[in-house]
Structure formats: C-alpha cells, structure tokens
Design a protein. Structure first.
Length: 265
C-alpha cells in the first residue's frame, strides 16, 4: 500500500511539473529572446521577427526625418561658431641689390634674380615682387663691364648691353623692402647713410645665411674667370637667400610648403 501511494505521489508531482513548464515556457522563452535577441534571433516566431523589422524601419525613417528637419531649421539660424581668421596673401617684397659702382656685381645679381623669379613663380615669385640694383659710389650712366655682360649672356639670364649705372639715393632705399649689399662693410655704410626705419639692410652673407662665405668680392679689373666665379657665387647666394626668405614668409603665414623649391637650371 505504501509503495502504491508513493508511486501515485511521484506521478502527480511529474504531472504538475509538466503542466507548470507548459504554462510558463512561452513567457520564459520570450524573456530570453528579448534579452538575447541578436544571439537568439532564430528563437523568435516569424510574426515577432516581422514586428521587430518594421519597428526598426520606422525608427530609421523617424531618425532620417528628424535629421532633415533639424538641417532645414538650422539653415536659417546664424552660426555662433567663431569665424576663423583668413590667411592674408603674401606681400611681395621689393629687393634692391647694392655694390660699389653698379657695373659688375649688383647688375649681375639683378639679372640672376629676375631670371629666378620668371622661372620659379610658384616659389620665389610668391614672396619677391621686383628687384633693382644701384651703386653706393656709382656714376650715373656708366655701362656694365664687358666681362659682366659676357658672363650674363653665357649663363642665359639676360642682357646687360643696355645697362646704365644708377647711384644709390634715398628714393631707391625708400622704395625697397630689403636692401642687399655685396659685403658687410658696404651694408654698414648703406644702413648708416640711408636708414629710414622700415627698410631692412643685409649683407649678402647675412641674406644668404652663408655668413663669412657669403660676401661677394669686387671683380672689377679682373679676368673673365674671376667674373665667372663671381657670378657663380652670386647665383648660389641668391638661391639660399630667396629660399630662406620664402621659408620665413611661409612660417609667418602659418603655411607649409606643398612642393620643393624650384631649381633654376
């Protein structure tokens, strides 16, 4: 009798467990699917999947509508963002080359500089606008020396056959932004006599950054080889000087070079 009662009690307990599991299984199943919808998408019924997809589509449409509405409304509202300062264009400098008689060194420097500006408008031409030459102790109207004319023609940078010397005066210094003298001693003399408070005075060594190797000795009365060596030194100094000037202007305008410096051949 005890065995039968025990068996009946076990059967009733099993039936109660099955009934309870059948009653709670759907709600437990939905709870698990809701918590782990991405991992257990396949547990959902087709109807629930469709409902979720439709709800997702509606949310996307609403999000798109609201973003369009926001852009439309803010289109007519003035922005409160601070206006970024625009970069001012380069102020092209005027450079004046000075030697003693304006028949050898400064005319050659003027022709080399003009040639460089013509062939490198995207680099040197951005910061240098115009160049001239004059002589500290020149006689107005004197022609360029024969060797200077020959060297300039050999280098293919111009023609000095029509050149006429010009004596340095205050008007020329006031015109220039930068005055470059061939030697340090000459630069001191020019600055002492013509300083106007705004023009910058340099020797060729200071302008090119070559220091003691920068001064251009006077070739007057020398051979053609001396003039050729002088012209070569002038060209190297101008390449260095214009390059430094360009970098200074780029730094001042907070810009970076987008291409290497042009090399004049």
């Amino acid at each position: 009798m005890a065995v039968v009662c025990s068996s009946l009690a076990g059967l009733v307990q099993s039936l109660c467990y099955v009934i309870t599991l059948g009653f709670y299984a759907p709600s437990m199943h939905m709870l698990i699917a809701r918590q782990f919808s991405r991992r257990n998408w396949f547990y959902l019924t087709n109807d629930k999947k469709s409902e979720k997809l439709e709800a997702r589509k509606m949310r996307l449409k609403m999000k798109d509508f609201l973003s369009r509405l926001f852009r439309f409304l803010t289109k007519w509202i003035p922005s409160k963002r601070p206006v970024e300062p625009t970069v001012a264009p380069f102020e092209k400098l005027k450079v004046l080359f000075v030697c003693t008689g304006n028949t050898c060194r400064s005319p050659m420097a003027e022709k080399f500089a003009q040639h460089m500006l013509e062939h490198c408008p995207e680099s040197y031409g951005k910061v240098i606008g115009e160049v001239k030459s004059a002589g500290f102790a020149a006689h107005d109207g004197d022609p360029a020396s024969k060797h200077a004319q020959t060297v300039v023609l050999e280098q293919g940078v111009g023609d000095l056959s029509q050149h006429k010397a010009v004596k340095l005066n205050q008007a020329l210094v006031d015109w220039a932004d930068v005055v470059v003298s061939m030697t340090y001693r000459l630069s001191v003399d020019v600055a002492t006599k013509f300083d106007n408070g705004h023009t910058r005075f340099f020797s060729m060594g200071e302008f090119s950054g070559l220091g003691s190797n920068g001064p251009i000795p006077d070739p007057y009365g020398g051979s053609l080889k001396i003039y050729q060596a002088c012209a070569k030194k002038i060209e190297e100094a101008l390449n260095m000087g214009f390059g430094l000037l360009l970098f200074q202007e780029e730094a001042k305008h907070k810009l970076s070079l987008s291409r290497p410096l042009c090399e004049v051949k």
